[in-house]
Each structure stands twice: as structure tokens, then as C-alpha cells.
Design a protein around this ligand. Structure first.
Ligand SMILES: Nc1ncnc2c1ncn2[C@@H]1O[C@H](COP(=O)(O)OP(=O)(O)OP(=O)(O)O)[C@@H](O)[C@H]1O
Length: 307
């Protein structure tokens, strides 16, 4: 659908996006993940034609008349601007007409989208009176008014309270079958919940990408966590020497063993505990989540240690 090659954007001496390559397939829901300043907004602004790349190309699989991407793309910026004195319905009509629709078509589409976004009852209320979640849903309706092939949403849920966030996430799930969605977030669980494909950016570069289930497989580690009341001498070295154990970490009285064979390591730990007459106060088998993958690929180091 869209093929991005060696795309770069510099602002004076800041390289906001540095030579990224990416293919977006039709029908996908793609999450662009990254910490603050990763280059997500800059990438979106280049894709939607709001700013020009310093170098590189963005190829669309369709010929876009007069290079006008507005018919092809619906865009919701991170901080959308609404005319607060207008009603939701009036605003959508205006946006529809501005995007070249006839008044009748804009009316029909506005009605449909107001229903879809759960705003039908509030359609004649002024936008100033809308909650944050309602405004965001109106923003999505506005971006969908002209039935774009690609919907780009910049951090659609990050400023919302839990209720608003849930509504918008549910709305995105219902829109998945209608259009290709590309959205940014720094919340991994949101990305996992609604997207099929993840792209992780950090410092202007794409540092990882793939189908959600492939990344889960790639990064999933098997961890055994256990706790004992007393720590025998050289215990960490003893644990590190157990077969299949790749890594041992200790946090207070808990030990975390990354292993390639959970059954064998579990047996070995239990034998060790019995042999050394230790009192076991915790034992569990855990799997790492994509959260750890995210932290690993962006090279995150905690500034504040919770211990
Ligand atoms: N117009 C601009 N002029 C100068 N620097 C800019 C401009 N826009 C973005 N930048 C810089 O480019 C880098 C990437 O910014 P961008 O807004 O694309 O990141 P982001 O991933 O969207 O971050 P956030 O999650 O905070 O929105 C940052 O260092 C930012 O300060």
C-alpha cells in the first residue's frame, strides 16, 4: 500500500527521522511505538504530506491525483484543533465539505460516523462541552469523513482518562475492518491489543518491527521466580551453574532464573532446596511480555530504581 524508502527528516542540526524503511500493507493495523522524541510525529507528518522529507521516498500503490494525499489519508494530529462553538454535527459537515464532498454526501456520512463513534446523542451539543474522550472520537470521525484508505492517528489515547481510553480503543477495533490504520503510542499494551504489526522507533530509527505474534515468540523468555528465607553462601553461583540456566538475577529474597528448559530447571531447584534444607516461600513460572522487548530494543535503563 505504501512503501517508505530511506526516509529522512532534519530540522537544522536535529535528525528527527533518520533513513527509515517501511512497508505498510492494506488492511493492517500498525502501531508505531516509541518513547518521546523517537520521530513518530515527524514520520506521520511526512506521510500525510504536511512536511517534506529531507531525503528518501514515499511511494503509494495508487496514483494520487495532483499528489494530493488528503483523499487517500485521514489524519488525526496529537493535539487536534476543534471549533468549540460548533456542534459535533456542524463540525463534521464542515470537514466533509472541505474535503470536497457534496453537502448531501457529507450529511449522510456525518450521521453514520456520529453513530459509529457513539456521539449520535451529543451531535447537536457544542464541542466545548464534550469530554476529552468525546473530542477524540469526534477527531477520529473527522479523519474518517471522506472514507480514507489509510487512517493515521497520532497518540489517539495518550491524553485520555481510563474510560475515554477504553472507548477510543474499542472504536479503533471496530474501524479495523474499514480501513488501514497506522497509529502511534508509547503504551505497549494498547499496541498489542489492537494492532497486528508493530514498528518500534527510537532516536529517529526503526529498531524493531514485525507481526505481534512473531515478536512475542522472538522475545519471550521463560523465567522461574522463587524465594527462600535464607540465602546460603555462593547461592547465585550455584544457581548459575545449573543446566539450562541462562541468567540469574536476585531482587531481595527472590531469584529469577531465565531458562531454556523449565521442567529441568524446576526439578533442579527443588532438589537444591531439599538438599540445603531451605524454606521455600515462593515458586512461580513466568513469561516475559512484549513490554520487556520494548525496553530492550530502545535500550531503556531505569532512572529510578523501585527497590
Ligand atoms: N519543527 C521542529 N523543529 C525542530 N525540531 C523538531 C521539530 N519537530 C520535531 N523536532 C524534533 O525531532 C525529534 C522527533 O520529534 P517527534 O515529535 O517526531 O517525536 P515523537 O516520537 O512524536 O515524540 P512524542 O511522543 O513526544 O510526540 C525531537 O527531538 C523533536 O524535538
Amino acid at each position: 500500500m505504501i512503501h517508505i524508502q530511506s526516509l529522512q527528516k532534519k530540522f537544522q542540526n536535529i535528525e528527527a527521522v533518520s533513513s527509515i524503511n517501511l512497508k505498510l500493507e492494506e488492511g493492517q493495523t500498525i502501531a508505531l511505538l516509541g518513547p518521546n522524541g523517537a520521530g513518530k510525529t515527524t514520520t506521520f507528518r511526512m506521510l500525510s504530506g504536511l512536511i517534506k522529507p529531507t531525503s528518501g521516498t514515499i511511494q503509494f500503490d495508487q496514483v494520487i491525483p495532483n499528489s494530493d494525499r488528503r483523499h487517500y489519508i485521514g489524519y488525526l494530529p496529537q493535539y487536534p484543533h476543534f471549533h468549540g462553538w460548533m456542534t459535533g454535527y456542524e463540525f463534521l459537515l464542515l470537514m466533509g465539505e472541505l474535503s470536497g464532498m457534496t453537502k448531501a454526501d457529507a450529511k449522510e456520512r456525518a450521521e453514520l460516523l456520529l453513530k459509529k463513534t457513539g456521539l449520535a446523542e451529543a451531535k447537536h451539543k457544542r464541542i466545548n462541552g464534550y469530554s476529552g474522550g468525546m473530542k477524540q472520537r469526534l477527531g477520529i470521525a473527522q479523519a474518517m469523513i471522506h472514507q480514507p484508505k489509510l487512517l493515521i492517528l497520532d497518540e489517539p489515547v495518550s491524553s485520555l482518562d481510563p474510560v475515554g481510553r477504553r472507548d477510543v480503543l474499542n472504536l479503533l477495533k471496530t474501524l479495523k475492518s474499514e480501513t488501514t490504520i497506522l497509529f502511534s503510542t508509547h503504551i505497549l499494551s494498547d499496541a498489542e491489543e489492537i494492532s497486528d504489526y508493530l514498528v518500534v522507533m527510537n532516536q529517529g530509527k526503526i529498531v524493531e518491527q514485525g507481526q505481534v505474534h512473531d515478536l512475542e515468540k522472538k522475545y519471550q523468555k521463560q523465567i522461574i521466580k522463587f524465594g527462600v528465607d535464607e540465602q546460603p553462601e555462593d547461592f547465585i553461583q550455584i544457581l548459575e551453574a545449573l543446566p539450562y540456566v541462562k541468567q540469574v538475577k536476585q531482587e531481595r529474597n527472590y531469584y529469577y532464573l531465565e531458562t531454556t528448559d523449565v521442567t529441568a530447571t524446576r526439578e533442579a531447584i527443588l532438589a537444591l532446596v531439599a538438599d540445603k534444607h531451605l524454606a521455600l516461600n515462593h515458586f512461580s513460572i513466568e513469561k516475559t511480555t512484549l513490554e520487556e522487548m520494548f525496553l530492550e530494543v530502545i535500550g531503556f535503563e531505569a532512572t529510578i530504581d523501585p527497590a
